[in-house]
Ligand binder design. Structure first.
Ligand code: SF4
Length: 382
């Protein structure tokens, strides 16, 4: 038994890099869609999926496929179907595989979403971001609060399993306003919510505005208050957190694909700039596809990097502390050959940031707020 690898889940991430317009906070590998011919890129991604099979002859069938981006709801149902057929032909999909598509509200309103189901999609992730028109305009989104509500209603008629994304901790957002917006969103009835605090990255349009002093990010303490409020409101509505930013009404609605990341399973990343993690003959390998679509189409294979045991252990910890299922200490010991210092663990427990239950170490609500920092404290060095 290995400590990481496909026995902890095996997924395929497909990155579709185009968006109708670029949001000012976005730090992803994205490009304006314009009137591009999408076919050559779809064909390159299909080839990439098949090329991965040649390198991974013993990997099992896929547990999940995730179409992310970018805006993969700009793909036609036929293109989605072709990409899924490539996954099916090369690796095979488990009969209950989770097939997620990130979708923009406007695409949900204007596409024939029944065709997304027919193509094989069984989970939608809706990029609503807010129900408030002013906030949506600040975030540079091209939909209104009304569009967002209608998109959720439309999605829920077709998909039992769907998620709504919101961005909070926006500059000037009050506790009352967020409580109201979150409660209204919960009332729409989605079984899964992803709630992200707005982060301002340097190289984005917001980052440049912040550097000029034209945008003042929310203070960390205020963000923490909103985070606590978020946990309270979601729990009261029956959607407790099962991970730092993710909430579900029942385990069946938790994202299986994301669980593969948190569990240090294996995933293939295809499409421009996509990252993957693969375990080949016991060696953990990071892959990164060429970022620009033109380079991706020309590339014969993604860049690969063999991860050291230290790198693998660092990633393992950072990922395992995020979900409420927690860190399997025995697995960590198998992976790293040594356990985490008992004193470090008990200090975190004494501070109310973590709990220890048999072989599992999990963060409390206050601990989850600083999951990355805690992970950095636990990493032992070789
Ligand atoms: S739609 Fe999503 S991926 Fe595209 S630019 Fe906006 S935030 Fe980025």
């Amino acid at each position: 038994m290995h400590a990481v690898g496909p026995e902890y889940g095996f997924g395929l991430y497909v990155h579709w890099p185009y968006c109708t317009r670029i949001c000012p906070y976005c730090d992803f590998n994205v490009y304006a869609a314009k009137d591009r011919d999408r076919e050559p890129l779809v064909a390159s991604i299909v080839d990439d999926i098949h090329a991965h099979r040649a390198k991974l002859p013993d990997h099992p069938k896929l547990d999940s496929v995730f179409f992310g981006g970018g805006t993969p709801s700009l793909l036609t149902p036929q293109q989605i179907e072709r990409l899924l057929s490539a996954a099916q032909e090369s690796f095979g999909l488990k009969s209950n595989a989770e097939i997620s598509l990130e979708a923009n509200p406007n695409d949900v309103l204007t596409s024939d979403i029944v065709d997304w189901s027919r193509a094989g999609v069984n989970r939608l992730s809706l990029g609503i971001q807010s129900l408030d028109d002013e906030a949506l305009s600040f975030l540079g989104r091209d939909h209104t609060g009304r569009d967002a509500r209608q998109a959720v209603e439309r999605a829920q008629k077709q998909f039992d399993n769907y998620s709504v994304d919101l961005i909070y901790a926006r500059p000037g957002q009050t506790m009352e306003a967020w409580q109201q917006e979150l409660s209204e969103t919960l009332a729409l009835g989605a079984p899964h919510l992803s709630l992200y605090e707005l982060t301002i990255e340097e190289r984005t349009a917001f980052g440049k505005r912040a550097a000029r002093g034209d945008l003042v990010p929310m203070q960390e303490d205020d963000q923490a208050d909103l985070y606590d409020l978020t946990q309270e409101v979601c729990e009261a509505h029956g959607l407790p957190a099962y991970e730092v930013s993710n909430h579900a009404s029942a385990p069946t609605y938790q994202s299986r694909h994301n669980h593969i990341y948190w569990a240090s399973g294996d995933w293939i990343g295809v499409g421009p700039g996509a990252h993957g993690r693969l375990t080949i003959n016991g060696q953990r390998v990071a892959t990164e596809a060429a970022k620009r679509p033109a380079d991706y189409k020309d590339a014969k294979a993604p860049g690969t990097l063999e991860l050291t045991r230290q790198d693998t252990a660092t990633e393992f910890l950072a990922m395992a502390l995020r979900p409420t299922s927690g860190l399997d200490l025995q697995r960590f010991e198998t992976l790293f050959g040594r356990s985490i210092e008992a004193e470090t663990l008990s200090n975190l427990i004494d501070q109310g940031l973590a709990q220890h239950d048999q072989n599992t170490f999990r963060l409390t609500q206050s601990g989850r707020l600083m999951a990355d920092y805690i992970a950095s404290l636990l990493v032992p060095y070789e």
